[in-house]
Design a protein around this ligand. Structure first.
Ligand code: ZN
Length: 198
């Protein structure tokens, strides 16, 4: 028996496909949306579509941005000779929030995970290697301390070593399996300051 109309069921189904939204939350959100004024629902829908249509990868670091080059890469006051490698734009945001990192970034959009079939070619690794042809003094590997993050760090370090560029890994103050996004700024800064050469 259908408790709701077909439209609401469809809405619940779509919402429950989002990360962190279970069936209960999806039901609550769907009813909330239906009860919202029509202009607010339209604004929300438009915001989602606009973001999807206009957000793209920075042509240098591959973070998400509205422009060809993101504000960090476009900032001449940043130290462009130091590149911090992170798994995703949320990790970049976590380091940016500390306000203490002066270098630039490279976003891999994932980590190597043989278990689920994600190999080096499935993340932005070629793109990182291409950037190293420029004037780069240090690559700081700030992938997560999960198995995938460590595997990725080792892989990148082996690739970069022959180039003679300094490769460092953030300190293991970051809890194992910890998502960088949820780690406080002091811990992140300690991890960055205590980085070790690989
Ligand atoms: Zn960028």
């Amino acid at each position: 028996m259908d408790l709701y109309s077909g439209y609401i069921n469809k809405l619940i189904e779509e919402l429950s496909g989002l990360p962190g939204i279970g069936a209960k939350s999806a039901g609550r959100l769907a009813l909330h949306l239906i009860n919202m004024p029509k202009d607010r629902v339209q604004r929300l829908a438009k915001t989602i579509i606009d973001a999807k249509e206009n957000v793209r990868y920075c042509n240098t670091c591959y973070t998400l941005t509205d422009n060809e080059t993101c504000p960090i890469c476009a900032n001449s006051k940043r130290d462009h000779s130091v590149i911090m490698v992170v798994e995703n734009p949320r990790d970049l945001a976590a380091y940016e929030k500390t306000g203490k990192y002066e270098g630039i970034y490279h976003v891999l959009h994932g980590a190597i995970s043989p278990m689920i079939g994600i190999g080096p070619n499935d993340i932005k690794l070629k793109e990182l290697m291409q950037r190293l042809e420029g004037d780069v003094q240090e690559v700081i590997i700030a992938t997560n301390s999960s198995l995938e993050g460590e595997t990725t760090a080792m892989y990148i370090s082996k690739l970069i070593k022959p180039t003679g560029i300094k490769v460092t890994r953030i300190a293991s103050g970051v809890p194992v399996g910890g998502d960088l996004e949820y780690i406080d700024e002091i811990t992140l800064l300690r991890a960055l300051e205590g980085r070790v050469e690989l």
